[in-house]
Ligand binder design. Sequence first.
Ligand SMILES: O=C(O)CCC(=O)C(=O)O
Ligand SMILES: [Fe+2]
Length: 295
Amino acid sequence: MNVGCDDMHTLSPRDGPILTPHSTLWLPDDPSGTFARSSLWAVHIFRLLEPHETRALVALALEHAAANGWSTRRHKHHPTTDIAVERETAPALHSAVKPLVARVVLPTLALHYGFELCELQMRDLFVVRYQQGAQDRLTPHRDGNLLSFSILLSDPSEFEGGGLRFHSLGPACDACGGLRAAAATCRRCDGVGRLALPGCGCGDLTTHSGKLLHEGARVTSGTRFVLVGFVHVTSPEIDHEFISHGSLANSSAVGAWADHECVGGARLSPPSSPQREMHTAFDDETALAAHLFGG
Ligand SMILES: O=C(O)CCC(=O)C(=O)O
Ligand SMILES: [Fe+2]
């Protein structure tokens, strides 16, 4: 299959340019009261792509992989088996995905996390493959940037296990009950005590702060493809020294309130109302896209 630029317009979000989540999960409130709830504590799931659109993207990724292979060395810590969605190396995938990200995903992130669109910059965009018998999971980590998103490109019937799992939110493991002592040896939740986010369908977009401790849960059969994006935020409201601290981004240690601390401390002033108008300094889409994607 060859999806050209014109076909990209078939990648149409289900709800218009700014999406409304069908599910939202929040970190629990800080029992000590040190950190007030921030928009960064929310994980949202939105309906985004239709199955024929996700199939077209997977076909493009497989076409690319057949010619170039999958990469496993793009990330120093917690590497994924992936394909970078870059203009130079994967032009067909890039032209399929970039307009969707620029017109829909980034404006949706900006609105729901209380930033200006022009404060967001894509730092990495890649298709990830989890497969039983190959890389089947991604161990607990925090991402290097403040905001992250992932779009599920596979139908949930095509794999078992898998999913985006957070250590501080989501359902308790139904095998061990989520109790720390029992979870330690639990194969179902790999010791986390929680299950992956429920309700994430094919084509759904999940958005979250990359600073929440999370992982790609183990795929026990089949293959799960996701499109993942890391988004840097340049807002003066963000304490970059604090959030870019290497041990926060790359630590695998599960700390009870570590997640809350780093996210609560990342924002120095309260989030703006989600109702406010979008503002952008860019008057045409091309200039905006160039800025968002760094050229
Ligand atoms: O598998 C997922 O949905 C999560 C991927 C992820 O966390 C990452 O690539 O950083
Ligand atoms: Fe991640």
